[in-house]
Design a protein around this ligand. Structure first.
Ligand code: BGC
Length: 756
């Protein structure tokens, strides 16, 4: 913990850094708010803090603790030491800011130069709707170096007004707009650091840092309609371009980033809304310069070279994917190439949206931790990567944003100065659903312990909302957001009271389950759940079917336990009929789409679930691939033969529809965590072989060890194979067979292929 270091900032009061403008703009939700935009600035003054110091005696240990209000890069004796690209991270700064610790024992010499380059990052950004800096008005750093000498004595060098401040070569740095880096500029001395205060609490780092990950070469060099060069990396991603430029000192390089090309073959940027996604560099020397941003990433597949000295040959460009370091755990492949491409899209959605917090999208002027998206994609995410610490770290900020009355804002980190985001059903329910899912996946009950109070307060909020205790009526919800089942996807067809009350029941049910595991008396909430379910059924069912006749409504009934067992068949048949009527198209959004295929396949309609998965007409999952998707989109019809019709919700990189991965691995592939032994101490294997896929195999690195599961159809037979850690209990249900238990670590069978 930092004991003597002080927060320091630029010498002059209120320096011009990372300002925001006060314009009016329209959110994708349709609401008009002030200050959605960061202006296109060229002349900010960003600090480079410096401190020279000497070792007085032989050194035993040197440990540097560091944090910032903004972002920092640490250099010691000219060498880059910090490796996290977005440290100290994106948290609810009003409540906590993380500290990183560096061991400098091997690095320090007799005389040393410590340098901290800093930028505003999220803390000073004009995040959606705030109209002002997200957290604070000044870029600050804090830290202290503890030197332990061989004789046991200790010396502490803390940040204070003895640090000098120079103007950094970064002339502008913005979350959304990119950066201007002038490598030709000599460091300009601004004065001594000013000691200041930052209203935050410093805490240890909660998860792995953001690092450079995959590196992609150029797929093609193209020309736009005015003859400018476009670099195509063949993959939509979040990160940056690392470029090698040959030019003269002071030459200018300017790159624009975008996800798609329009009908004329020009870079399409309207869907970025106010985000500029522009990198500008001024070369620092004659000859070869290797360049990349310092504190920003963009969402892109294409680069437009607005200014580029020298020859733009393909080997001069590399796209670098940048996201939180997580262990890859899940691998999927099947006999249908389109479904394999769908898997790849979803994997890249995750890589693009797991930078510090689970974001909705990585490109436009949003890139925020929307709870609904994070909740919908959580289980799928936990297949691809080990996301436990990533989500748990973010949940701390979700909870610190929760109001005293239990209201959970739809975004975290939440900006209390900004637009008062709604406590929407399916968004706020992330506080119950994500901890529960993490418990199932990783088996650590402390995750529920940490969450329990917030889960309870959320259920109480739902209970106190609206005119009736056992229903959630008249709330302000996003509903089945972007479902294409009505005239306006922002006003989808499913009754919002139906959705809200269903989630109210689901959260109450999870609260009871969590409470029982934690040994708490939850009898009050058991009664509450019973009452909600009864009230729900009375209000929203008619003759055993939902009054609101949509995919989402039936899917909620079938997956949230709102029906009696004997009613399931009727609702499932009804849903299957509805899907048939709609030509197997996907008429569901954030609420319905993640649940839909489960609702069908778990109630006897596996073939119908496959029909939906394999449909190629728009709207559908594969429909996006027909139009060239390399990551799934925000709207299923973002790009069609008619071009792009809605620039407000035209992200080409949204995780939500990728929630279908959970069905691909958990139902088609059959592998699911079990409440009987969370963390894969017990798991279920109930595969659903299907000839349109031919074969399917999964490899999953569970916390207990590797699980490999596969099926393959050959003629009229299916061979099944399962390998798993010895001692782990597999509950295996093959089509048409009774469930059997196996702890031996290997299982195989060959059975007739049963068509539904
Ligand atoms: C985001 C969504 C989010 C939604 C709320 C959008 O602008 O991109 O993914 O959940 O707003 O409805």
């Amino acid at each position: 913990m930092i004991r003597v270091g002080k927060w320091i900032t630029l010498p002059q009061e209120k320096a011009e850094v990372g300002g925001v403008s006060f314009q009016t703009g329209t959110l994708s939700t349709g609401e008009v708010v002030a200050g959605v935009m960061e202006p296109d600035r060229e002349e900010d003054i960003l600090p480079l803090f410096r401190k020279r110091f000497f070792l007085k005696k032989p050194l035993k240990k040197a440990a540097l603790e560091l944090s910032a209000c903004g972002l920092y890069r640490l250099f010691v004796n000219g060498k880059r030491i910090s490796y996290g690209l977005f440290d100290p991270g994106f948290t609810d700064y009003g409540s906590r800011t993380q500290i990183q610790v560096y061991d400098l024992t091997e690095i320090l010499k007799k005389e040393n130069l410590l340098e901290l380059e800093a930028a505003g990052g999220w803390a000073l950004a004009g995040l959606l709707g705030s109209g002002q800096h997200f957290f604070h008005d000044e870029i600050c750093v804090i830290g202290e170096l503890t030197l332990t000498y061989s004789d046991g004595s200790e010396e502490i060098i803390g940040t204070d007004s003895s640090f000098t401040v120079f103007r950094s070569q970064v002339r502008m740095s913005s979350v959304y707009n990119g950066e201007i880096i002038d490598e030709s500029a000599e460091p300009e001395f601004l004065g001594f650091a000013r000691e200041t205060k930052v209203p935050t609490t410093l805490v240890p780092q909660g998860k792995a840092p953001v690092l450079e990950q995959e590196r992609l070469p150029v797929k093609a060099l193209l020309k736009d309609s005015s003859g400018r060069i476009l670099v195509d990396f063949g993959q939509n991603l979040a990160g940056y371009a690392e470029i090698r430029v040959s030019g003269k000192k002071s030459d200018r390089v300017c790159l624009r980033h975008g996800e798609v090309l329009d009908g004329k073959g020009d870079l399409y940027i309207k869907n970025l809304r106010t985000a500029k996604q522009k990198m500008t560099y001024i070369l620092g020397r004659d000859g070869e310069n290797i360049l990349k941003p310092h504190f920003t990433v963009q969402g892109f597949r294409y680069l437009l070279l607005e200014d580029f000295p020298g020859e733009a040959s393909p080997e001069r460009f590399t796209a670098v994917a940048v996201y939180t370091d997580m262990k890859r755990t899940g691998f999927f492949s099947c006999g249908n190439e389109k479904i394999n491409r769908l898997f790849s899209c979803i994997l890249w959605n995750q890589r693009s949206n797991f930078l510090e917090v689970p974001t909705d999208c990585p490109q436009r002027d949003e890139r925020l931790g929307w709870l609904g998206d994070a909740q919908a994609f959580c289980r799928s995410a936990a297949f691809n990567y080990d996301v436990e610490s990533f989500y748990r770290n973010w949940l701390i900020d979700v909870r610190s944003g929760q109001h005293a009355d239990g209201f959970v804002p739809a975004i975290a980190p939440y900006n209390p100065k900004g637009y008062p985001f709604r406590a929407s059903a399916a968004w706020g329910d992330a506080v119950t659903m994500i901890p529960w899912e993490l418990y199932l996946q990783y088996g650590d009950i402390s995750c529920l312990e940490e969450a329990f109070d917030s889960m309870r307060r959320w259920v109480e909020y739902q209970r106190s909302s609206g005119p009736e205790e056992y229903l959630w009526l008249d709330g302000s919800h996003y509903g089945d957001w972007l479902a294409l089942d009505g005239p306006d996807p922002r006003k989808p067809k499913t009754d919002k009271d139906f959705i809200a009350s269903a989630y109210y029941y689901h959260s109450a049910d999870l609260l009871v389950r969590a409470g029982k595991l934690l040994g708490k008396d939850v009898s009050e909430y058991e009664n509450l759940a019973v009452n909600i379910r009864r009230a729900f059924r009375e209000r929203f069912l008619s003759g055993g079917l939902p009054k609101t006749d949509t995919y989402a409504a039936s899917a909620l009934l079938l997956t949230f336990g709102l029906l009696e067992k004997e009613e399931n068949a009727r609702v499932a048949a009804h849903l299957a009929g509805l899907v048939e009527e709609n030509g197997n198209c996907l008429m569901a959004g954030v609420v319905g789409a993640p649940l839909l295929l489960h609702a069908l396949s778990e109630n006897g309609y596996a073939a119908k679930a496959y029909d939906l998965l394999l449909e190629e007409k728009v709207p559908s999952w594969l429909g996006m691939l027909r139009y060239g998707a390399t990551t799934l989109w925000e709207r299923l019809d973002t790009y069609t033969d008619e071009g792009i019709k809605d620039i407000r919700n035209a992200s080409f990189n949204h995780c939500v529809f990728g929630a279908v991965l959970d069905w691909m691995t958990g139902c088609a592939g059959g592998l699911q965590a079990s409440e009987k032994g969370p963390g894969y101490r017990v798991f279920t294997w109930r595969p659903l072989p299907e000839e349109r896929l031919g074969k399917l195999s999964l490899t999953f690195e569970s916390r207990q060890g590797t699980i490999r599961a596969s099926w393959q159809i050959q003629g009229d037979r299916v061979s099944y194979r399962l390998l798993f850690p010895k001692g782990v209990r597999a509950e295996i249900t093959l089509p048409g067979k009774e469930t059997l238990e196996d702890c031996s670590g290997t299982f195989s069978a060959e059975l007739p292929y049963i068509k539904e």
